[in-house]
Design a protein around this ligand. Structure first.
Ligand SMILES: [Ca+2]
Ligand SMILES: [Ca+2]
Ligand SMILES: [Ca+2]
Length: 149
């Protein structure tokens, strides 16, 4: 008798993506503008990351960002899907259009009112805190999608 066949375990996420709490994540080095980064995630059936809880923020920091440190955190951030493009100071996630349920702003950010530039897109620094900056800036970016079942 041959041994009973075992069903191979299907991976929850594609190669190079990391699984967390029902979702899959990847950091893409880009650098791309916020709009191009969003389109890039959509091309692979994903969206720019939406960070709903401190736990998700911590997991992202530990698993996707901490190896990409630099002396000035403003020089090595990664785009999230956060933005206030439609209404100044009303931040939403691009894909779901949901308002922020959790924030982790760095220092005095968001600081759009301190400058003549439009700082309408949100990056996450390698230590996990957030900054609003011009959407045209080219950054690395984080894509998120649902796990396969
Ligand atoms: Ca999420
Ligand atoms: Ca703004
Ligand atoms: Ca800022």
């Amino acid at each position: 008798m041959p041994p009973a066949a075992t069903t191979p375990t299907k991976p929850l996420c594609d190669t190079d993506w990391k699984a967390y709490d029902g979702h899959c994540y990847i950091r893409n080095a880009g650098p791309l503008s916020f709009a191009d980064a969003s389109a890039n995630c959509q091309q692979v059936g994903a969206y720019l990351v939406e960070i709903d809880t401190a736990d998700e923020n911590n997991w992202i920091t530990q698993n996707l960002l901490k190896d990409f440190s630099c002396a000035d955190p403003y020089q090595c951030g990664s785009w999230t899907g956060g933005n206030d493009i439609d209404k100044e100071n009303t931040f939403v996630w691009k894909s779901s259009n949901k308002p922020f349920s959790f924030t982790n702003w760095y220092g005095s950010n968001p600081d759009d009112d301190q400058t003549s530039e439009n700082l309408d897109c949100v990056e996450i620094f390698y230590l996990g805190s957030w900054n609003d900056r011009p959407c045209v800036d080219k950054r690395a970016f984080l894509c998120e999608t649902n796990q396969k079942n």
